[in-house]
Design a binder for this molecule. Structure first.
Ligand code: BTN
Length: 260
């Protein structure tokens, strides 16, 4: 990690505080601790390796030293944003897509809500966590893990969903710090009007599987099937059943339905 370059990036982006750990349990846990200590918005935790990296549904997330990005930053939602907390995972996904486009000229797509795909395989995952004190929101933590080099692709992740890494899709030498910089830059710029209806249109332009047959796991033993119809203004997934009815799902694990 080039600490000088990192400090320069943080200065340019008005990131008030950052810390890089060569190894840590989970950058999300670090940032959650910071939220509880009232650290300012966009405080940024980075790690070379994580020993307890977490994904959605409490899955393990592997971070290989020197081969992956593991980053978490704090967000303090304000005003209208507090009514639309469910859109922050989508905003984060779109920011990672935009960053891969800008920093590596790669056309990434988002598998709802925020898995990032390159050529249909997962290259990044995002875990947005909210921290509450009673019924008061203290803040959000946006945690992002990206597979950069081939050694970052864990075998057990591949079993859940096919995985890939950024460097396998470009001849250019990918600079992780430039990707981190572009993620935060895009997040900030998309955030300006992400509560407006046009945000959903923008997100949908980057959405994987639109109008394709999919299945959505909504519980340990519960799977819904249908065609991916679109995204509701609150960020939920819209599925069209075979009878034409449109159903809305706020959470779930999505995959393309194999054709028989
Ligand atoms: C997923 O795909 O299920 C989400 C994975 C999120 C992983 C990132 S790595 C940085 C941050 N720290 C964590 O423990 N998790 C997130």
């Amino acid at each position: 990690m080039d600490t000088q370059q990192l400090t320069q990036i943080c200065q340019d982006l008005n990131i008030p505080f950052h810390q890089h750990f060569s190894e840590i349990g989970s950058t999300n846990d670090v940032a959650i601790g910071w939220v509880n200590q009232d650290y300012p918005q966009y405080s940024l935790a980075l790690a070379g390796a994580q020993t307890k990296g977490r994904g959605r549904y409490d899955r393990r997330w592997i971070t290989i030293p020197g081969a992956s990005i593991a980053m978490s930053f704090i967000v303090h939602p304000h005003g209208a944003e507090r009514e639309k907390l469910g859109l922050f995972p989508l905003l984060s996904g779109l920011a990672v897509c935009a960053a891969l486009e800008t920093a590596a000229s790669l056309p990434a797509s988002v598998k709802w809500p925020n898995d990032i795909l390159l050529a249909g395989k997962k290259t990044a995952g995002i875990l947005v966590e909210s921290i509450w004190q009673g019924d008061q929101l203290k803040g959000l933590v946006v945690g992002i893990g990206i597979n950069i080099l081939p050694e970052s692709i864990p075998r057990d992740l591949e079993l859940l969903f096919p995985a890939t890494c950024v460097q396998d899709h470009t001849e250019l030498n990918v600079d992780p710090l430039t990707i981190i910089q572009e993620i935060i830059r895009s997040f900030k710029s998309l955030r300006v009007d992400f509560t407006s209806p046009s945000f959903i249109d923008h997100y949908t332009q980057n959405l994987a599987y639109l109008n394709q047959p999919v299945e959505l796991q909504t519980g340990p033993d519960k799977t819904e099937t249908g065609t991916l119809h679109g995204i509701h203004p609150d960020g939920s997934l819209l599925l069209k059943s075979p009878d034409g009815a449109i159903k809305k799902f706020p959470i779930g694990d999505l995959r393309l339905r194999p054709q028989t």
